[in-house]
Design a binder for this molecule. Structure first.
Ligand SMILES: [Zn+2]
Length: 272
């Protein structure tokens, strides 16, 4: 009997350990299951055969807007790569204007001509791609109004589908929420007209999405989080699915909201 005691003790300890491990596993499984449910996609979302250009704004010597060491170019790329993965899993063909931290002009000089070469490279990629749509992904700043937060779709009437596309994307951004520390975050904007170079010169339907404002305290915190960038990529993914689903139906009527939707009411920080 005496001999058995230590082994019984070890057994109890192992049991406790096993329960602890099991609880941890159940917790992890339910957490990942919750994530899977939250960001579920069916793989049958009608994206087979579609070609989509994703354009992560800026890169290399061109950091875009920033706040301290937080640079727009990095956020744009992170969200874009996550979106690419979701689209490819659903059967879409994805063309990226960049997949790493590089500028797309050839000169190292930061001047207007380098900037224009960079923009032209993006436009050429879009126009030579035979893509169905393009999405240019950016991050915004508004030093005059730091309370402005959330994502905004920018469009230009160079293509008749652009305005509708902007409304479809904005609707998903204004509907799907991100839960963080007991609060729910979504956007509350309407799409904005923007006479920007890429939008003016692209020959396929497309929009610019500004995913948030680095000048806003909440957006700045969220945009540094990997789970928020996953959320953004999923919102973009759902928007693309909704856009193609609407392409098969008669064009949706967009209520005329010209009184609040004005060109450059909310600007992109770029002067393009
Ligand atoms: Zn930008």
């Amino acid at each position: 009997m005496k001999k058995n005691k230590p082994s019984v003790k070890i057994l109890i300890l192992s049991k406790k350990l096993a329960i602890m491990l099991l609880s941890a596993m159940i917790l992890m499984l339910s957490w990942s299951a919750a994530l899977v449910v939250r960001y579920a996609y069916t793989g049958k979302d009608g994206l087979d055969g579609k070609t989509i250009v994703i354009d992560p704004g800026h890169g290399g010597v061109d950091g875009g807007t920033g706040f301290g060491k937080i640079l727009e170019k990095d956020i744009n790329l992170d969200v874009s790569l996550k979106l690419r993965d979701l689209l490819e899993k659903s059967g879409a063909k994805v063309i990226m204007t960049r997949v790493e931290d590089v500028e797309l002009g050839k000169s190292e000089r930061i001047d207007r001509s380098r900037y224009m070469r960079d923009l032209n490279f993006r436009v050429d990629t879009i126009n030579n791609s035979s893509a169905d749509i393009f999405i240019s992904i950016h991050t915004n700043s508004n030093i005059n109004n730091p309370s402005t937060r959330g994502a905004i779709a920018f469009y230009c009437n160079s293509n008749p589908r652009n305005r509708e596309m902007a409304y479809i994307f904005q609707n998903v951004f204004n509907t799907l929420e991100f839960d963080f520390q007991g609060n729910k975050y979504k956007s509350h904007h309407i799409p904005q007209k923007g006479n920007y170079y890429i939008l003016r010169n692209a020959k396929v339907p497309g929009i610019i999405i500004e995913t948030g404002f680095l000048t806003n305290r909440v957006d700045r915190l969220l945009l540094q989080r990997d789970d928020y960038k996953t959320y953004l990529s999923y919102v973009l993914y759902r928007s693309i699915v909704d856009y193609f689903a609407s392409s098969d139906k008669p064009h949706m009527e967009i209520e005329d909201r010209a009184e609040i939707e004005e060109e450059n009411l909310i600007k992109m920080h770029e002067d393009t």
